[in-house]
Design a protein around this ligand. Structure first.
Ligand SMILES: [Zn+2]
Ligand SMILES: [Zn+2]
Length: 326
């Protein structure tokens, strides 16, 4: 199970112990991957694994930005401290603005902020209802999903379409994820139920109240300047200016808008799993100078390395070699 996705012959990534910098090789400039998912939402690597992977790649910082949950941060923090890596408290909130879904990233948020924690708890509760709705629709189409077993298979995840697709594949009811989405679970598919979403301005306000900087994730290709201005008026502080499938021209336009509206340009891999080529941890990064600007714009000091929740931290699987390229 542990090594099921490891490619034959690929060397397993070892847990690094921060070797002293080699005198012959200049240190890499600071770079941060500010958009990473873990098993606490819909990623396949545990919080601890993504920290180890980021250290292996030579990043100076990473942000875990799970969908609508902060729970990975407390688990990842001790590992980041051990490896001397900066862990930026992050989240990706599912929101709606002008009738469309937008994803609002939060960076340097504190994971002990009651309002943000309460909002994410409510979102996840609504997600459970959504999941049950989709399972009901699949059943009406002649497909079966055992929700209890699905929960056991992904014990910490916020279950969603990706997990349903995985179930359908593993149980042989579809040939692959593509079929699961094109026939059933895609946005226009007969089993799809829309995701619960926060109002965009509420998502931004929650992130600010938690001390963080709110950023627009993967801006849509048809994002209008007027829409962006509306988000800026609501308190947006950063915007992703690089991403998979985003060409250089589009990136330039986003950077120009970032300049015009004093938004900090940010970037990250949006890493979920090894099955999305080119989206490995560290494949897209934010330079150290922009990370510094983001840190300066945050309004509350981050939690201390050990956190202060007093909750015991349950160790989780740590084997980044499973999903990372050789
Ligand atoms: Zn997103
Ligand atoms: Zn994401």
């Amino acid at each position: 199970m542990k090594n099921r996705n490891q490619r034959p012959g690929s060397p397993r990534l070892r847990t690094p112990k921060r070797p002293p910098a080699s005198p012959s090789r200049p240190p890499r400039p600071p770079a941060a991957d500010l958009h990473i998912h873990t098993t606490h939402s819909d990623g396949v690597c545990s919080p601890c694994e993504v920290v180890i992977a980021a250290a292996n790649i030579g990043l100076s910082a990473l942000a875990i930005t799970d969908h609508d949950t902060l729970s990975a941060l407390a688990v990842a923090r001790p590992e980041a401290v051990r490896l001397g890596l900066e862990l930026v408290g992050g989240i990706e909130l599912t929101a709606e603005f002008e009738g469309r879904e937008v994803h609002i990233l939060g960076h340097f948020v504190r994971d002990d902020e009651p309002a943000l924690v309460a909002a994410t708890t409510a979102l996840r509760r609504d997600r459970v209802e959504r999941l049950k709705g989709m399972v009901g629709r699949l059943a009406a189409l002649g497909l079966s999903v055992d929700l209890t077993a699905l929960g056991r298979a992904f014990p910490r995840a916020t279950l969603g379409r990706r997990h349903l697709a995985e179930w359908l594949v593993r149980s042989g009811q579809v040939s692959g994820h593509r079929e699961a989405f094109t026939r059933y679970l895609g946005d226009d598919g007969p089993a799809h139920v829309p995701k619960p979403r926060l109002a965009g301005a509420v998502a931004i306000a929650l992130i600010q109240a938690a001390g963080g900087v709110a950023g627009l994730a993967h801006p849509s290709y048809d994002l209008r300047e007027l829409t962006l201005r509306g988000l800026v008026d609501a308190g947006l502080g950063s915007i992703e200016v690089e991403g998979h499938g985003m060409d250089a021209r589009r990136g330039q336009r986003l950077r120009a808008w970032a300049d015009r509206y004093r938004l900090i340009p940010i970037a990250g891999s949006d890493f979920h799993a090894g099955d999305r080529p080119g989206r490995w941890i560290g494949s897209i990064t934010t330079p150290g100078a922009d990370l510094d600007r983001l840190r300066e714009r945050a309004t509350r000091p981050p939690l201390p390395p050990g956190g202060d929740s007093g909750e015991p931290i349950v160790p989780e699987d740590c084997d980044p070699g499973r999903y990372l390229p050789a």
